[in-house]
Design a protein around this ligand. Structure first.
Ligand SMILES: [Zn+2]
Length: 125
């Protein structure tokens, strides 16, 4: 694994990226090919990938500011296929389940010990 780089993937989810998403960001789908290339590049070069996902319950107070989106368990809360990694890990933040994906990429030849290990002075892209 490359210990000098981290690919930090923030909320590349259906509700934000695709036009049918609940909180679609205009034009976001145009970066999907770039996201796919970055994710594939990270896998090929054994770069640690940390990916967050937005996750809400129906009564989340964030919905007073934004319309409901990324409801846990809905298709809109899923990551787009181009950035989906395996296996998944869940980290609990502030008493809520906050799904996180952490992996070195999509390669099936990963070992668990190579994933999610700390990296000194990483570069983010
Ligand atoms: Zn949100």
């Amino acid at each position: 694994m490359n210990r000098n780089l981290i690919f930090w993937d923030v909320d590349t989810q259906v509700d934000f990226i695709l036009p049918e998403g609940k909180l679609y960001v205009l034009g976001a789908e145009t970066i999907i090919p770039t996201l796919a290339r970055l994710t594939d590049w990270a896998a090929r070069h054994k770069v640690l990938v940390v990916a967050s996902t937005d996750a809400h319950q129906p009564d989340d107070e964030e919905f007073t500011q934004y319309r409901p989106h990324c409801l846990v368990g809905t298709p809109g809360q899923r990551k787009i296929p181009e950035t989906t990694l395996l296996p998944q890990f869940t980290i609990t933040v502030s008493g809520r389940d906050f799904p996180m994906l952490c992996d070195t990429g999509r390669s099936s030849s990963r070992s668990k010990s190579s994933m999610c290990s700390p990296t000194p002075t990483p570069r983010l892209f």
